[in-house]
Design a binder for this molecule. Structure first.
Ligand SMILES: Nc1ncnc2c1ncn2[C@@H]1O[C@H](COP(=O)(O)OP(=O)(O)OP(=O)(O)O)[C@@H](O)[C@H]1O
Ligand SMILES: [Mg+2]
Length: 244
């Protein structure tokens, strides 16, 4: 099964593909068209920034790419698989195996330690306790938090909390990390250190990263910048080559 998926995605060229995505929100009697025919193909190992004004559809696009919400029309392929055809259970499994999420507000569980937070996706994946602990420690080491594993989120700085969230996102070794304004709550120096960390994850683990940001300065860490406006891609910039 896995083999077929891999071959499929090589053939289609993108690890994440969106074809003619539309999203219409219904608010009582009115309709709001948040996405208007978005086409996007993200290659394995690519780092893509999605930028655009507030309300342009960035979060809507990211949540649809991450299968957290469904498009009104259009298709999303993850590793060559049309996710719009999968059941909720299959989607949950696919997300757990293939996609890591990072949010602006970290979304850590306050009463759990850093280590326990990072172990959560492994519990969902059915990894046994010893292996879980080992993998979570490795992920925390990778983000530079080996000395903070037993601290709770409240005892950590914003940057450290985001590192825990990133460790949690990568602990299952997903191919894809989706991040919505991951540095939005951080000061500019900490924001840069988080971008350095994403760069390292991309270069060392080959993780494909799709990131929403308001901060144009951070797009220099990306291979490509996709500009959204009123739910449409209005411009794409290729910044860094280096992908085969
Ligand atoms: N759940 C929802 N129900 C109704 N309308 C929504 C919903 N989510 C988003 N919208 C609307 O869709 C449009 C796009 O919203 P979205 O959150 O994707 O924008 P964004 O580019 O992420 O903005 P920001 O930079 O402020 O985060 C907006 O007009 C928003 O009001
Ligand atoms: Mg948003």
């Amino acid at each position: 099964m896995l083999k077929v998926e891999e071959e499929h995605y090589e053939a289609s060229g993108g690890v994440v593909e969106a074809r003619d995505l539309w999203k219409v929100y219904r608010l009582g009697l009115t309709k709001l068209v948040a996405l208007r025919g978005v086409n996007l193909s993200v290659r394995a190992g690519e780092v893509v920034a999605i930028v655009g004004p507030s309300g342009s559809g960035k979060t809507t696009l990211l949540t649809i790419l991450g299968t957290l919400s469904k498009p009104t029309r259009g298709v999303v392929l993850i590793g060559g698989v049309d996710v719009t055809k999968l059941s909720d259970e299959e989607l949950a499994k696919l997300r757990n195996r293939k996609i890591g999420f990072v949010f602006q507000t970290f979304n850590l569980i306050g009463r759990l330690t850093a280590l326990e937070n990072v172990e959560l996706p492994l519990i969902a994946a059915g990894v046994p306790p010893r292996a879980r602990r080992h993998m979570a420690l490795e992920a925390l080491k990778l983000v530079g938090l080996e000395k903070w594993v037993n601290h709770r989120p409240m005892e950590l700085s914003g940057g450290q909390q985001q590192r825990v969230a990133i460790a949690r996102a990568i602990v299952t070794r997903p191919q894809i990390v989706l991040a919505d304004e991951p540095t939005g709550n951080l000061d500019s120096k900490t924001a840069l250190s988080i971008m350095e960390l994403f760069k390292k994850l991309n270069e060392e683990l080959g993780v494909t990263i799709i990131m929403v940001t308001h901060n144009l300065e951070l797009t220099r860490y990306c291979h490509r910048v996709v500009h959204l406006r009123d739910g449409m891609i209005v411009k794409e910039e290729l910044l860094r080559e280096g992908l085969e």
